[in-house]
Design a protein around this ligand. Structure first.
Ligand code: NDP
Length: 332
């Protein structure tokens, strides 16, 4: 095993952190009971925020970002994992308060890992990544709340559809048999979204503004929302009676200006989705279901491979809503 390895390191600077690819040694890594040789990581919206120093998510520098990764166990002090085991990590604030996946080696707690699901490669696990895992949790939450292909009256809406969460949500819902409407600000992605299974594509401008009235015509049987802000307020006013919205993200802003009327007069439910602290049994079940549902060619069609050097540029791009599908960081 080589003693040195490459990592994207963030160093504190007055305005924003400075990112550069550096050689580190194993003794630089934080404590943990499992040492993982990382082969793939993902680029998520939160990674973009961390690389650019937004939201004060990282308090201690130098820092290695990367909120998810897949690889093989190199050394383990925990009986659940042995050298050579393939593993995946998402969440637990890895890449924020603990060094993350933008390095060829990572040392983490065994509790944070799950075994790589049968049927997935490390690359494809990161094509799913935190974003896809969150999309699965959101779909699961809608179904736990009563939605089913048999009772869905009308389309299930996915906002931020050409992003990571959105692309996987569109694919999962369509595989499950729901009619899917995908909202996008990029009309040139219409063919891509229909290829993932969207039956219709809605222009972002149609839903971008506050609704104007507390309730509008009933349109959506359910919604996976990656955007938040005014779009979520608008969508809430258009939900069908008794339907639910799984709120995952804030690509359009964290503020939510709505009224209680969708909840009081239409029985709409707003379900919060958190992938970070999700319990292990729910985590493993979600990974198994993703593997069963998402064909590998669909996953591959939404994946772009990038290297560590590309990350600062890609961080800008994801924050500007310009990355389509999932970007997978290849480390080996
Ligand atoms: P992406 O950047 O890949 O996707 C977001 C998409 O939202 C963009 O592709 C774009 O899609 C759309 N969008 C971007 N900016 C705006 C805007 N100003 N107004 C309306 N739409 C916009 O990010 P991810 O899919 O990785 O993450 C999406 C959100 O989910 C983020 O806020 C992220 O932090 C959150 N998230 C939450 C998790 C959780 O545990 N709750 C876990 C993972 C992610 P289009 O061009 O098609 O309109």
């Amino acid at each position: 095993m080589s003693e040195t390895f490459k990592a994207l390191v963030l160093e504190d600077a007055e305005k924003a952190p400075v990112a550069s690819v550096k050689e580190l040694t194993l003794s630089d890594l934080p404590e943990g009971d499992v040492l993982v040789r990382v082969t793939h990581s993902g680029l998520n919206y939160k990674d973009g925020m961390i690389i650019k120093g937004l939201g004060r998510l990282v308090r201690k520098y130098p820092h290695v970002p990367g909120i998810d990764f897949a690889g093989t166990v190199e050394e383990s002090g925990d009986a659940r994992y042995r050298p050579g085991d393939a593993v995946v990590l998402t969440g637990w604030r890895v890449g924020e308060v603990h060094w993350g996946g933008y390095a060829q080696m990572a040392r983490v707690k065994a509790d944070w890992l799950v075994p790589l699901p049968d049927g997935l490669t490390a690359r494809r696990a990161m094509a799913v990544g935190t974003a896809g895992f969150t999309a699965m949790l959101a779909v699961q939450a809608l179904e736990d709340d009563g939605l089913s292909p048999g009772n869905a009256q009308g389309e299930v809406l996915v906002t931020g559809a050409s992003g990571g969460v959105g692309s996987v949500a569109v694919s999962l819902l369509s595989r499950l048999g729901y009619p899917v409407a995908a909202v996008t600000g990029r009309p040139d992605n219409e063919e891509y979204l229909k290829g993932l299974g969207a039956g219709s594509v809605v222009a972002r401008a149609e839903l971008a503004d506050p609704p104007g009235k507390p309730l509008l015509g009933e349109r959506w049987a359910g919604c996976v929302d990656a955007v938040g802000g005014d779009m979520l307020a608008h969508v809430l006013a258009e939900m069908r009676y008794g339907s639910s919205v799984a709120a995952c993200g804030l690509a359009g802003g964290p503020a939510l200006k709505t009224t209680v009327l969708p909840f009081l007069l239409r029985g709409v439910r707003l379900l919060g989705i958190d992938s970070v602290m999700c319990p292990t049994d729910r985590r493993t079940a979600a990974w198994t279901r993703i593997t069963e549902l998402l064909p590998t060619d669909v996953l591959d069609s939404m994946t772009t491979e990038i290297g560590l050097d590309d990350l600062p540029d890609y961080a800008d791009r994801i924050l500007q809503g310009q990355v389509r599908g999932r970007a997978v960081v290849v480390l080996d």
